[in-house]
Design a protein around this ligand. Structure first.
Ligand code: TXA
Ligand code: MG
Length: 314
């Protein structure tokens, strides 16, 4: 099987919905990264996702919805969670909420947890497909396990082209960084993964601090492995003078040269380009040096991904 890559059209959305209804896998664009979508209610289709990605274990997946009615059928919203959803949906925020007994997302997709990660994507094609399909789609990032997340259809083809049915090509992803994941410990918001919505914006909307998830925390955050976004190349961070033979990833006007994520110092532009630039450097170099990148705004998520990419287990 080799995936067909097709443009976004009413016919290709209908074709995608048909494939998903038969338990197939379709890569879809979202505003964050490309997702590998399957019917959230079909455990065999969900198992096929883990197989295609080569995931070492059953991490819980994000269920994607396209309406309030669909969201509320799956999960229970506290007043605080509702305020977050209303501020940022559709968009790059995933909320981990108590799963509702009558929900359609199968146990395997939740990895047996009694919580559910929910997101309403802003991308037109993604939400149109969910609406046509009529129920939630689970979709992890459409890369092989451990690889860098895909922000273009070509990245999906390179990683998973042989293993899936269809790729909807929506061009480059606008945000380029996975969604921010927020859970709740009682009424206290807990950041499970920094991402496309800066934490500072969430703090502002909620009018209260957001706790950073830590080891030994009461909250379950599976899948947050230290080494997660690993390219083949070795990464060194905060490097101001690269060594001979190293690829150089830079940011901002103070660091001309190398492959610059944003010569003007725009963190939004840098987030959108990060994974594509990492892939390009990884193809050419065995070692990559990364210049300093500020941690404000989206810089938090960018630095998080780079630290994971630099970390080697054992
Ligand atoms: O932007 C995104 O979030 C993309 C697009 C495709 O929507 N998806 C994505 O999915 O990044 P994935 O599977 O690569 O990452 C999902 C993360 C995992 O770290 C997983 O452990 C966490 O969400 N997660 C899912 N359900 C959870 C739950 N019930 N409790 C805590 N963490 C959960
Ligand atoms: Mg991923």
């Amino acid at each position: 099987m080799t995936a067909r890559t097709v443009p976004i059209l009413p016919e290709t959305i209908a074709l995608a919905a048909e494939i998903l209804g038969e338990g197939g896998l379709v890569a879809i664009p979202t505003e964050t990264v490309y997702g590998l979508a399957a019917d959230a209610a079909n455990p065999e289709a969900v198992a096929a996702i883990y197989e295609a990605k080569g995931r070492p274990r059953f991490n819980p997946l994000i269920a994607h919805v396209s309406s309030w009615a669909m969201a509320e059928r799956e999960a229970a919203f506290s007043p605080l969670a509702r305020r977050c959803a209303e501020a940022f949906w559709p968009g790059a925020l995933t909320l981990v909420l108590p799963a509702r007994p009558g929900g359609q997302v199968c146990d395997l997709a939740r990895a047996g947890l009694d919580t559910l990660a929910l997101r309403w994507p802003r991308h037109q094609a993604a939400s149109a497909l969910i609406t046509v399909f009529g129920r939630p789609l689970v979709a992890p990032s459409a890369n092989r396990s451990g690889h860098v997340s895909p922000t273009r259809a070509e990245h999906v083809e390179a990683d998973l082209g042989e293993r899936i049915d269809l790729i909807l090509d929506g061009g480059p992803c606008e945000v380029g960084m996975e969604s921010t994941i927020l859970g709740f410990d009682g009424e206290e918001p807990v950041l499970l993964r920094p991402g496309g919505i800066p934490t500072s914006q969430i703090v502002e909307v909620l009018g209260r601090p957001v706790r950073f998830h830590g080891a030994g925390d009461g909250i379950n955050a599976p899948g947050q492995l230290k080494s997660h976004y690993a390219p083949n190349a070795r990464l060194r961070l905060n490097v101001t003078s690269p060594e001979e033979g190293e690829g150089y990833l830079t940011f901002g006007p103070e660091q001309p040269g190398g492959l610059n994520l944003s010569p003007s110092g725009d963190l939004v532009e840098a987030a959108a380009k990060l994974f594509a630039v990492l892939r390009a450097l990884d193809a050419r170099y065995e070692r990559i040096a990364v210049g300093p990148i500020p941690v404000s705004g989206l810089g938090e998520a960018i630095n998080d991904r780079l630290q994971r990419a630099a970390h080697r287990e054992g």
